[in-house]
Design a protein around this ligand. Structure first.
Ligand code: ZN
Length: 300
């Protein structure tokens, strides 16, 4: 078990992002959540078992009352003692949790973790940036690209060249500059044309006002987080980023230049996918968010 502890893993603290998953903690939280759940089960063997061993220490956390007519174990087996120690060590009794579910306990433990940005990151709140890059309005692919962008480990030519995996760091689209993240998503001739397309499209500029299109906002998301629907809509910037990254990969691996009409169609398809997904989840909210009744209505 010792090998699985966070400290023995390769990632150092303050090296960006949240900590790597700690298997011991995950098992402990699962055990504790199941125990609390079982204590509430009436008329079941698992409930009786849990109450017999765990009520003496759970009642100190406000999770049970002693019934003096039934027996309890005041010296529970080591598994229960380990769970008790874990709860007190992590300060859970004083956390004021409304529910002792796995999700809530994990959320509380995560909130106490040190969250940092890698060196060279922007002067923004790291919590906001990591929340932005893993926001639920993004698809998994977009999360990957946004996460690698924030970590500055997107395999652009500059990154690959530094790792001795590419012969040149020049932009594959023929620019004179090297292909770093800022260039790829912002300064590149292709990127400029795509952002121009975004600004000239009436339906896209409805979602993306010009003020939201700043280099830092494109790379790391809204500085205040994606709390409102308007801000979540602005984060469709990631669709453009995905298209730019795909275009770049087609250029590198297939030596083909993608024309602007295809780029436009790809952005539109991805947007329609997003609308379709939202409509599937909640039709009314999707209608309010996107301003359309059907995904086909969203044309750029
Ligand atoms: Zn370029």
């Amino acid at each position: 078990m010792e090998k699985l502890k966070r400290v023995t893993l390769l990632k150092e603290e303050r090296n960006g992002g949240r900590g790597v998953p700690d298997i011991v903690t995950i098992i402990m939280v699962q055990g504790l959540a199941t125990l609390v759940q079982n204590v509430g089960k009436v008329g079941k063997a698992s409930g009786t078992f849990a109450r017999y061993y765990a009520t003496p220490f759970l009642r100190a956390m406000g999770l049970g009352v002693l019934d003096l007519t039934i027996p309890y174990s005041w010296d529970p087996p080591y598994v229960y003692r380990a769970l008790k120690d874990f709860a007190y060590r992590t300060g859970l009794p004083r956390a004021g949790l409304t529910s002792w579910s796995y999700k809530m306990i994990t959320a509380y433990l995560r909130s106490g973790q040190i969250v940092t940005l890698p060196r060279g990151g922007p002067d923004l709140d790291p919590q906001v940036i990591w929340a932005n890059v893993t926001h639920k309005c993004l698809t998994n692919k977009q999360k990957d690209i946004a996460w690698m962008t924030a970590h500055r480990c997107l395999p652009t030519r500059t990154f690959m060249y530094r790792q001795h995996l590419a012969l040149t760091e020049r932009c594959p689209h023929g620019c004179t500059d090297s292909e770093h993240i800022h260039h790829l998503f912002w300064e590149c001739s292709v990127a400029r044309r795509v952002w121009g397309l975004v600004c000239s499209s009436v339906s896209l500029s409805r979602f993306l006002p010009r003020s939201s299109l700043m280099a830092e906002g494109v790379l790391y998301g809204p500085p205040g987080g994606c709390k409102t629907t308007v801000l979540q809509l602005q984060w469709i910037i990631n669709i453009v980023k995905q298209v730019l990254w795909e275009t770049r990969n087609i250029k590198v691996y297939q030596k083909t230049t993608v024309d602007l009409i295809t780029l436009r169609r790809r952005i539109q398809n991805l947007l329609q996918d997003g609308v379709m997904l939202d409509i599937h989840t909640n039709k009314t909210l999707a209608r309010e968010k996107w301003g359309v009744d059907h995904w086909k209505e969203l044309v750029i």
